[in-house]
Every structure is written in C-alpha cells, then in structure tokens.
Design a protein around this ligand. Structure first.
Ligand code: A4P
Ligand code: MG
Length: 171
C-alpha cells in the first residue's frame, strides 16, 4: 500500500456537485481507500485562456494500485463526468491529477509523479497543507513552505464528504 495525494479541479458546470461526485467515484474504486479531503477552495485560473474560476480540493488516500492503474481509474472518472454535462466544450468539468504516491518517482511519457507542476501551484499546495500539514513533495520540500502568496486561493464553506464504502464495491 502507498499513500496517495490527488488534486481535483473543476471550472465548468456545477463544480461543487462534480467534485463530490468525483470523491464518491474515487471512494468506490477498487484498490483505493480515501482517508481525508480538504475544504473546497475557489481559485483564480492559472495559465491557459481566459476562463472561469476553479473549485479545487485535495484528497488523501492509500492505494494498492500501481501508478498506471491508478491513472486509468482517475481518467475513467474524468471521462464519466465529462459525458454527463450538457455545457459547451471548453474549460474542464473535472480534472484529477495524481500529485504524489508515497515517495515514488515516475517519469513515463503519460505519467509524471510527483506531478511536475504541483510544487508551484497554490491551488494544490494550500488544500494539501490543510489536510496534511507536515506533507513533503519528494525532491521539492515541505508543502507548507512551498506555498506562495496564496492570493488567488480562497477557502469556501463548501464541504466534500467521504462516504462509507458500499459493501462489495471493491477492496
Ligand atoms: N499526466 C502526466 N502526469 C500526470 C499526473 N501526475 N496526474 C498526463 C495526472 N495526469 C498526468 O492531462 C494531460 C495528460 O497529463 C494526461 O493524459 C496524463 O497522461 P489532462 O488532464 O488531460 O489535461 P490538462 O490537465 O489540461 O493538462 P495538464 O498539462 O496536466 O494541465 P494541469 O497542469 O493539470 O493544469 N488553475 C486553477 N486555479 N485550478 C486548476 O485546477 N488546472 C489547470 C490544469 C490549469 N489551471 C488551473 C487548474
Ligand atoms: Mg491534468
């Protein structure tokens, strides 16, 4: 089993509903157990074209899955949530990034862990530090100390819930 940190983002459709749905789907995935979830943060978009504000959150868990299998799980959930929205194509309804997996390093064409941009993104660092104050990004340092001015990151009162795992939904 390895610890895992996932970053969730959404800036299209009902983002709060989408983030809760993503947490539910992750919690139901075989080989992945969720242990904690941050508050939801409203964040100014970083990079890309002009686009709406995001809601971002970080989920902590542990997994028996290999990195490539976990990426399949997160991409499957992204696809499922893209399909159910009726809004025009554009900014993302759901993005799930694998931020870290224990002290593992992965450098494959389709997967880099730790996420290569997580250490410079307050929309990841601030919620992560909230749920894991002593977290460290392997090779980068303490999450708390990597946080920038956090100007574009505002905590909301929206709370995501970890639901009890349904019996028989996986292990
Ligand atoms: N990939 C490689 N490493 C990973 C990883 N650790 N976790 C590959 C997840 N995926 C990883 O991702 C593109 C490819 O990255 C995947 O096919 C996978 O093989 P994507 O989600 O399809 O596309 P993307 O997210 O648009 O690309 P990218 O470059 O990953 O963007 P980022 O870096 O994720 O940034 N501003 C705010 N405020 N909040 C946000 O959440 N998000 C982004 C997206 C930009 N600005 C934002 C936010
Ligand atoms: Mg991404």
């Amino acid at each position: 089993m390895r610890s895992v940190v996932l970053a969730l983002g959404s800036n299209l459709g009902d983002s709060a509903e989408t983030l809760q749905g993503a947490v539910d789907d992750l919690g139901a995935a075989a080989g992945l157990e969720l242990l904690g979830v941050s508050s939801v943060y409203e964040t100014d978009p970083v990079g890309g074209p002009e686009q709406p504000r995001y809601l971002n959150a970080v989920v902590l868990g542990r997994t028996s899955l290999e990195p490539s299998a976990l990426l399949e799980v997160t991409q499957g959930i992204e696809r499922a949530w893209h399909r159910v929205r009726d809004v025009r194509w554009g900014p993302r309804t759901l993005d799930i990034d694998i931020v870290a997996m224990g002290d593992l390093g992965v450098d494959a064409p389709d997967l880099q862990v730790p996420h290569p941009r997580a250490h410079e993104r307050d929309f990841v660092l601030v919620p992560w530090a909230e749920v894991e104050p002593d977290a460290v990004i392997p090779g980068r340092g303490a999450v708390r100390e990597l946080v920038g001015d956090a100007a574009g990151v505002r905590r909301t009162t929206i709370e995501l819930r970890l639901r009890d795992r349904v019996e028989g939904a996986g292990s």
